[in-house]
Design a protein around this ligand. Structure first.
Ligand code: ATR
Length: 272
């Protein structure tokens, strides 16, 4: 039996077991994917002894994505660039690390908002945390000029500095100014999650052909996405990013490339 897991602290919120179990069943693979809650004082030894864990690999969630990147002996270029990993596997006796959040983000938009990257204008990213790092990297790769706005300016600046001439930083309250010329806007902050405060962005200034997305997927339609919908803008919710980021890990561990189907999406939606 091939075993994989998602590790985190806490990890009970993770929907990854539902996704991978669905694919295991679909392919009829003798495999197992489960949540593994690892206490902070055990995480270093967990990585050090990974080869003896019986796992083919794992996904990594909060708060271990940075530690995972450092613990790996071999890192994909994206992990080197953003310093965080969400997918690990063993290869030739070495722990290898990838970060699939960016490819998941892009695949979701390609599926839910075709043509999103060809709309004239800049990309406006709200937030500058761990999730924003993967999103900004993917947007620069797609050729966007990226405006990063964040409550804490220094975090936005540190992120923008990685992409000279391709990204700039400003305070969160400047969002409306950049929204006027944006072709694409994404919320990567935790605002809007389960009734938290909402993003203060005036959708009436946003160009009518812009695409709006949120990486928050509980609720599926955040107040931010609802405001965009009310204004008649095209939106993509955040659930697809979660589904698509899972594909490369499954393909590595179980050696079959799964698809993100409407059936899978409905299964996870029913669990939100
Ligand atoms: P993640 O890895 O999920 O991105 P994170 O690194 O803690 O989590 O980042 C959370 C993001 O949400 C940050 O951009 C954070 O802004 P700060 O860098 O200023 O902390 C943003 N955020 C969280 N709560 C917020 C709030 N009440 N108002 C505005 N921004 C908020």
């Amino acid at each position: 039996m091939i075993r994989a897991a998602v590790i985190g602290w806490p990890v009970s919120q993770s929907r990854s077991p539902l996704i991978h179990s669905h694919w295991l069943e679909h392919f009829g693979i003798d495999g197992d994917y489960r949540r593994l809650a690892i206490e902070p004082d055990r995480i270093d030894s967990f990585f050090a002894r990974f080869a003896d864990s019986g796992l083919a690999g794992c996904n990594v969630t909060i708060p271990y994505k940075e530690i995972a990147a450092r613990a790996a002996g071999h890192r994909q270029p994206i992990v080197e660039r953003i310093g965080a990993a969400n997918t690990l596997w063993m290869e030739n006796g070495e722990l290898c690390a990838d970060n699939t959040d960016g490819v998941g983000f892009v695949a979701n938009l390609d599926e839910r908002a075709p043509g999103w990257a060809k709309i004239p204008g800049e990309a406006l990213v709200l937030g500058a945390g761990g999730a924003a790092a993967a999103v900004v990297d993917a947007l620069v790769e797609r050729g966007f000029m990226v405006r990063i706005v964040n409550r804490t300016l220094s975090r936005a600046e540190a992120l923008a500095e990685r992409y000279p001439g391709r990204a700039s930083a400003d305070v969160l309250s400047a969002a409306n100014r950049y929204a006027v010329t944006a072709g694409f806007i994404v919320n990567t902050t935790s605002l809007g999650m389960k009734g938290d405060g909402a993003i203060d962005l005036d959708m009436s200034v946003v160009p009518s052909d812009a695409v709006i997305t949120d990486i928050v997927y509980v609720p599926l339609v955040t107040p931010f996405l609802q405001a965009a919908t009310d204004r008649g803008l095209r939106i993509a919710d955040g659930l697809g990013m979660l589904l698509h980021q899972a594909v490369p890990g499954f393909a590595r561990w179980f050696e079959r490339r799964p698809a993100v189907t409407p059936e899978l999406r409905a299964l996870i939606e029913a669990d939100l």
